[in-house]
Structure formats: C-alpha cells, structure tokens
Design a protein around this ligand. Structure first.
Ligand SMILES: [Zn+2]
Length: 334
C-alpha cells in the first residue's frame, strides 16, 4: 500500500499532518472536513500508520523527514493495512446515526491502556451523524482526552457539528479534487478512455469516490439514454414525454443524478452557443441534435431554470411524478 503520495490533490492537509509528525506534536483530536470521496478516511488510516510506524519511530532521533512515514512494511503498518491492529478503532454510523452506545463502548475501550500501539487511533467517520447525546458523550472524552490516544473525526462541514466539539479538535480541511486529478486516476486505474474520463470527472463534483462509483456503474449508458430521450422530446407525441417522466420519477434513487445530467446537457448547449467555457459532455458533441436549429440562449435558459426548479421541488419533497411530468412538458416546448 502506498503512503501519503497516493492521496490526490491534498497537498495542504498532508503537509499539516507531516508537520505534526515531524514535530511529534500530535493533537488529541483531529477533525478532517470535506465532501465525501476526497481521501479523508484513507488519510486517517495512513496517519494512524505513520504515528505508529516502527521504522519511522526508530529513526526520529536522526531527524528523518516525515516523508518516509508510513513505511507500509513494519509489523504495525501491516496490521493497520489489514485492519487487524487492536489499537486502531473505527466508529461508523449504524443506519443513519452514530448512537450513544457506540460512543460509550469506545469510552470504555479508551479507558484502558493501548495493547501495543504508541498512539491508539479511534476514527469516527461521518461525525455529523452523531445525535446530541452521542455528541455530548464524545465531548466529555475530548475534554478529558485518554492517554496515548488520537481521535480522528471526519465530517463534511464543521457547521454540522457541535461548536464545542469543533473547538477541541485540530481542524484539517480537505479540498474537492481537481478535474484533471480525477481524470488521471480514472484513466490509469479504472480503464476509462480519456474522453469518457473527462466527462465523469467533470460530473463527479470533486469527489474521487463518486467518480469511481460512476465509472463502475451504468452512469454513462444512462446519460446517453437520457440525452437521446431529451433530444427526441420536441418531435415526440406527448405520451412519450409522459412515459419518460414516469420512468424518471419511479427511479427515485437516481432522480437527482438524472436532473444533474439534464442540467449539464442544457448548460453545455448554452456554452456552445456562446462559444466560451468548458463543455462537460464533450464526447456527445458530434450527436446530430447537438447543434439543433433555432436554438437560442433564452430557450436554453428557460430549460435550465425549469430543471433547477424541479431540483428544488424534489428536495422539498414535492410529488415526484407531478414535478417531473411538469418538467418534461416544459422541456418539450420548442
Ligand atoms: Zn511502518
């Protein structure tokens, strides 16, 4: 398993962690914030390895740079990689919540000495999923930190957590990953062609995790299908539009994704009309419908607004079928 260099586009957070390592100034609690799929968990595990890495610790007196940690080879590193280190603990939401029982059980474990680690590491993923009781139980732990223990919390935003929890952690902010960064990874590790990788990377919203999930699913086929359906709407009888609306509304879990594809499609056409900005769906540019006649900016803007309004309505729990039918009818005009 590679070291910190495997984390894409996070030079700043990695720099902070390496500095902590070099100064042997590891805080009691770290809070990693950032959207899903940008490397928070992997970095947490690498940091747990680094603070316990036997070959790095042996050399700290000779001022070896923290760049060499973790080694990935020593007994401690290998135990963490395989998930078998008794002092590296991981709390995750059960269902939607991190429950107070989980935090209490963690507290009981942390009250005892570590088995073998220099630093015991407890990762709490999606810490914003703690209910107030769990958060207060964790707060007590942060107020009286157990010895030789490092807590690593991950969350999307600090605003999702109790301010008292945030203030007791050293915050490390992870950025969304750049489109070229995601693209390179998709081409070299997910077997995507550069053309397709660019589209997926542009639609992944800065999340490597999401990009990988998209590349492993039928996202691309579905986008192609949806764009073809949209392109045919203007000539099709109303029943075809209503059937499309029904299909989209029924596939509730993927509705947000479908609306995103629609937005990107109309946005691309607008960008193309103005001749400025980056086109997301580059690979579809040669479709016959792409440069459809009589297309004008006002028409495209109206469609974009209609999709945005539908997104809002869906988020506000409006009737899905009615919302999407209304949207498709609006998109069929002109
Ligand atoms: Zn090691």
């Amino acid at each position: 398993m590679p070291g910190f260099e495997s984390i894409i586009d996070q030079q700043k957070p990695i720099g902070i962690l390496r500095a902590l390592l070099e100064q042997s100034a590891v805080a009691h609690a770290l809070l990693f914030t950032g959207i899903d799929g940008v490397g928070k968990q992997t970095t947490g595990r690498l940091f747990a390895m680094a603070v316990n890495c036997e070959s790095y610790l042996e050399n700290t007196n000779s001022r070896v740079s923290a760049d060499s940690a973790p080694c990935g080879q020593c007994v401690s590193c290998r135990k963490i990689i395989s998930g078998n280190h008794p002092d590296v603990l991981h709390i995750q939401p059960q269902g939607n919540l991190i429950r107070i029982d989980q935090i209490r059980a963690l507290g009981r474990t942390l009250a005892m000495k570590p088995y073998e680690a220099r630093y015991r590491v407890a990762m709490i993923s999606d810490a914003h999923r703690m209910n107030p009781e769990s958060a207060n139980a964790l707060l007590k732990m942060l107020e009286e930190p157990p010895e030789q223990t490092l807590l690593v919390l991950t969350a999307s935003e600090t605003s999702d957590l109790l301010p008292t929890v945030v203030s007791r952690c050293q915050r490390v902010r992870f950025n969304p990953i750049s489109i070229p960064g995601i693209c390179r990874e998709l081409v070299s590790h997910c077997n995507l062609s550069p053309d397709v990788a660019r589209v997926v990377a542009a639609m992944a919203g800065g999340s490597m995790g999401r990009a990988i999930a998209m590349s492993r699913s039928d996202w691309l086929e579905r986008r192609n299908w949806l764009v073809r359906e949209l392109a045919g709407l203007r000539q099709a009888p109303i029943s075809v539009g209503l059937a499309l609306a029904q299909r989209l509304a029924q596939d509730k879990d993927r509705l947000a994704e479908s609306l995103e594809v629609m937005l990107s499609w109309f946005r691309d056409r607008l960008v193309r009309l103005y001749g400025s900005g980056k086109i997301i769906n580059q690979d579809l540019i040669s479709l016959p419908d792409w440069g459809s006649q009589n297309e004008n900016p006002e028409m495209l803007l109206t469609k974009i607004r209609a999709v945005r309004a539908a997104e809002k309505a869906v988020a506000a729990n409006a009737n899905l079928r009615l919302t999407i039918e209304g949207l498709i009818l609006r998109l069929s005009e002109n």
